[in-house]
Design a protein around this ligand. Structure first.
Ligand SMILES: Cc1cc2nc3c(=O)[nH]c(=O)nc-3n(C[C@H](O)[C@H](O)[C@H](O)COP(=O)(O)OP(=O)(O)OC[C@H]3O[C@@H](n4cnc5c(N)ncnc54)[C@H](O)[C@@H]3O)c2cc1C
Length: 96
């Protein structure tokens, strides 16, 4: 009985602590200037960076990184740009 009363008394305190923790996380989390993944390869664009269902439109940007990066993304963005240039060159049949 004593344990049951104690756990009932602890419940609101735990819920309050949980809310405070969730609030603290919301206030402190940021992208650290590394947003990405909003046009993810495999979802919005295909593996050739073409937007699905739209002709002649590609995305070459941090947004195609498939999931939110945990590293500094600039080098990856440069690699995406290099790949986009190669894909476009292939599609027009090579450099004239
Ligand atoms: C303060 C800061 C510090 C950073 N430090 C680092 C770091 O140390 N190392 C690292 O790896 N990464 C760093 N990053 C992240 C890195 O800069 C970005 O991930 C990278 O630049 C993203 O490249 P992007 O081509 O996807 O987008 P962007 O570099 O944002 O390029 C998008 C371009 O599109 C143009 N644009 C937007 N809308 C339109 C439109 N409608 N029509 C035509 N053009 C348009 C914009 O003017 C811009 O030139 C930092 C970012 C910030 C903000």
């Amino acid at each position: 009985m004593h344990d049951a009363v104690q756990s009932l008394a602890a419940e609101p305190a735990a819920a309050y602590a949980g809310q405070r923790l969730a609030g603290a996380v919301r206030r402190s989390v940021s992208t650290q200037f590394h947003p990405g993944g909003t046009c993810a390869i495999g979802i919005v664009v295909d593996s050739r960076l073409r937007i699905r269902g739209v002709r002649n439109l590609r995305v070459a940007h941090a947004s195609v990184i498939p999931s939110i990066p945990s590293m500094n993304p600039n080098a990856t963005v440069v690699a995406i740009a290099e790949r986009a240039a190669a894909l476009l060159t292939e599609d027009v049949g090579g450099v004239p």
